[in-house]
Design a protein around this ligand. Structure first.
Ligand code: DOR
Ligand code: ZN
Length: 357
């Protein structure tokens, strides 16, 4: 990393947790990621979800077809675990480099998760296989019991499911995705080298009050839902700490405007247009810009045993206002719009366009 007073040059980052969707949305949102990030782990919660090698290869091809010329973005495709996912298919897909990892959605925990796992014991053979072959397990760590308060669902998942899972499969390599609580931070820090966690930009910027500031703001509704301010502060400390168990994963999750504005709004925050700038703002505010590079560009690759990127990006301290909304045409030529995180706000860091990739 090179740091001048108003500029920093960091190794090119990767996004270890991303929703690219499909079709016209894929083409509309992918350029934002591909212009900055070299690689991204792409989530499989499409409709229908990615549950076979065939579906994964075809999706990878569609992503490749939508990748803007002049970028060398590399998508890493994940398998969506279901109760009856075939171990043979999972192993073959992993060995043949089609599936990079497998994603565990407890059934009905979030967007497009109704085909997820209803009972972890049903996929215990899959966990044993993944442990043996070294395939990473990516977890949406929340319980789905509607009687449990939504703000407690992550912490209870850790106690009730994650601890026993790690006890029964001590060699399984796990990423607890988009953590939101002090309990998750403590658990990941204390649980050894086989577990790490991603942290989103939005959970570093907003707390649960932001969803109710002056009215009901569905743009700030995501899952896991933002928690109290003390959790946000702890997440900022964890992300900027320089500890290798915490790394970048945006969880950028675009939903069309009409679905965000619905009386039953979809969970998800679309942050990919200014994700690295959003993180840079937090690291700057915390006086930890020297740790931005390891969080964004090194710890994730090391955990996933991938080479570090060799090129770089440059961020400059330069104010700009975030676009209020992006418009595009859907598959039926209807106008669709997505609103980005920080819409209309001023951000103080900009990516310089003349970087060397
Ligand atoms: O807020 C979220 N949106 N959380 C998730 O877990 C899924 C994601 C989506 O796919 O929209
Ligand atoms: Zn996600």
């Amino acid at each position: 990393m090179e740091q001048l007073s108003n500029q920093i040059k960091i190794r090119r980052p990767d996004d270890w947790h991303l929703h690219l969707r499909d079709g016209a949305t894929l083409s509309a949102v992918l350029p934002f990621t591909a212009k900055v990030f070299k690689r991204a782990i792409v989530m499989p919660n499409l409709q229908p979800p990615i549950t076979s090698i065939k579906a994964a290869s075809e999706y990878r091809q569609r992503i490749s077809d939508s990748t803007p010329r002049g970028t060398d973005f590399e998508p890493l495709i994940t398998a969506y675990l279901t109760d009856d996912f075939s171990s043979k298919e999972l192993e073959k897909g992993y060995v043949e480099n089609i599936f990079f990892a497998a994603k565990l959605y407890p059934a009905n925990v979030t967007t497009n998760s109704s085909s997820g796992v209803t009972d972890l014991s049903k996929v215990d053979n899959i966990f044993s296989l993944m442990e043996d072959i070294g395939m990473p397990l990516l977890i949406h760590g929340e319980v789905t019991d509607k009687n449990i308060d939504i703000f407690d669902r992550e912490a209870i998942f850790i106690e009730k499911y994650l601890k026993p899972l790690m006890h029964n499969h001590p060699k399984l390599r796990i990423v607890l995705e988009h953590i939101t609580t002090i309990q998750a931070i403590d658990f990941v820090e204390k649980s050894g080298p086989n577990i790490a966690a991603t942290i989103t930009p939005h959970h570093l910027h907003i707390n649960r009050n932001d969803m109710f500031r002056g009215g009901l703001r569905s743009d700030f509704y995501c899952l896991p839902v933002a928690k109290r301010e003390n959790h946000r502060i702890a997440l900022r400390n964890a992300a900027t700490s320089g500890k290798s168990c915490f790394f970048l994963g945006t969880d950028s999750a675009p939903h069309p405007r009409y679905l965000k504005e619905s009386s039953c709004s979809c969970a998800g925050i679309f942050n990919s247009p200014f994700a690295i700038e959003s993180y840079a703002e937090v690291f700057d505010e915390e006086g930890a810009l020297e740790n931005l590079e390891s969080f964004s560009s090194e710890f994730g690759a090391s955990f996933y045993k991938l080479p570090l990127n060799i090129d770089s990006i440059t961020l400059a301290r330069k104010d700009h206002f975030v676009t209020k909304s992006y418009e595009f045409l859907d598959e039926h030529n209807n106008k669709e719009s997505v609103v980005p995180f920080h819409a209309g706000e001023k951000l103080r860091w900009s990516v310089l366009q003349d970087t060397n990739f």
